[in-house]
Design a protein around this ligand. Structure first.
Ligand SMILES: NC(=O)c1ccc[n+]([C@@H]2O[C@H](COP(=O)([O-])OP(=O)(O)OC[C@H]3O[C@@H](n4cnc5c(N)ncnc54)[C@H](OP(=O)(O)O)[C@@H]3O)[C@@H](O)[C@H]2O)c1
Length: 277
């Protein structure tokens, strides 16, 4: 069974924050986020800054590392810039070991709650590169260094092939979630039938045209919520674990207000089909 604390309804994403990463991670934790997503991919994330923000928060709080859910990723060379956390000439298996050791250092933790393959090696399916990499992930899991595994940026084919191959199945699937693709319905279906948790990102940015539909603003007004609150609540009710990477303290607090309202089946249906309108 996936282990994901049910009181963590929303995950804070740390991409594209550069020098602001430590401060924003700290602010997100102060606001009440307990689940943090990052990656050992310096091109888009500053993982060391995430570690600094966590350290500062824990030093001022009664909470401990175990009260947090920390997730990071292994990224292949083609998704990186020159600031690689491993030797690119090493085998994939060794690259995973090196990247993981560097993440442990950056985040100041021996164990990670979730370790995610940032994206498959090839678009067309899961081949030998991913198989070697996944075996290295499984080895980290077997050693108790990683509690759960995940995969990101997958098609239904990738996910099904990984599920067929894996001895330790992924617990998490993290994908960009487009309303025009039924909110990634085919991937979410596979997640549902295999008991995996779907983490949705770009829920706002990938769907700006659909979210500007009058039906969405009318619903938000009638519920006295913002459109992002509506979208994150919708995602939650669809069974997703949504991500937000807001840089605004006000949006952080607003986004966390997901539990004090509920969308009706009718409202869910409207939002599910919003791309068809
Ligand atoms: N696996 C992958 O390949 C991958 C790819 C992309 C992202 N991610 C993860 O997902 C996280 C979130 O990324 P994202 O693409 O979903 O979006 P994002 O980076 O959080 O961007 C959201 C945008 O919407 C704006 N916004 C306005 N009101 C908001 C509100 N109430 N709450 C949140 N945002 C609001 C934000 O502006 P303000 O800052 O002013 O609020 C920001 O410009 C990333 O940090 C990363 O951890 C993973």
């Amino acid at each position: 069974m996936p282990q994901y604390p049910t009181d963590f309804q929303l995950m804070y994403g740390t991409a594209w924050k550069e020098e602001g990463t430590a401060d924003l991670t700290y602010k997100a934790l102060k606001a009440g986020f307990r689940a943090i997503d990052t990656a050992n991919q310096r091109k888009h994330y500053f993982e060391e800054g995430v570690g600094s923000g966590i350290k500062r928060f824990l030093s001022e709080s009664d909470l401990t590392r175990d009260d947090l859910f920390l997730q990071t990723k292994f990224t292949y060379e083609r998704g990186q810039d020159h600031r690689l956390p491993y030797d690119p000439k090493a085998s994939f298996s060794d690259q995973v070991k090196q990247s993981f050791a560097s993440s442990q250092k950056h985040l100041g933790t021996e164990t990670l709650d979730s370790y995610v393959l940032h994206g498959p090696y090839q678009n067309g399916g899961i081949f030998e590169e991913d198989q070697e990499t996944w075996r290295a992930f499984e080895s980290l899991h077997a050693q108790g260094k990683v509690k759960q595994l995940g995969v990101s940026n997958v098609s239904p084919l990738h996910l099904q092939q990984l599920l067929d191959f894996a001895e330790i199945k992924p617990t998490f699937v993290q994908n960009r979630c487009f309303a025009r693709m039924g909110w990634d319905q085919p991937v979410r279906e596979i997640c549902k039938s295999n008991g995996l948790i779907y983490q949705g990102f770009s829920l706002l940015t990938a769907n700006s045209a659909e979210l500007s539909h009058p039906a969405v603003s009318e619903m938000a007004i009638s519920l006295q919520k913002t459109i992002p609150q509506l979208v994150f609540r919708f995602a939650l009710q669809l069974g997703m674990l949504p991500l937000t990477g807001t840089t605004s303290a006000q949006h952080m607090s607003e986004d966390l207000v997901l539990l004090n309202f509920e969308l009706t089946p009718e409202q869910m249906k409207t939002l599910e089909g919003i791309a068809l309108n």
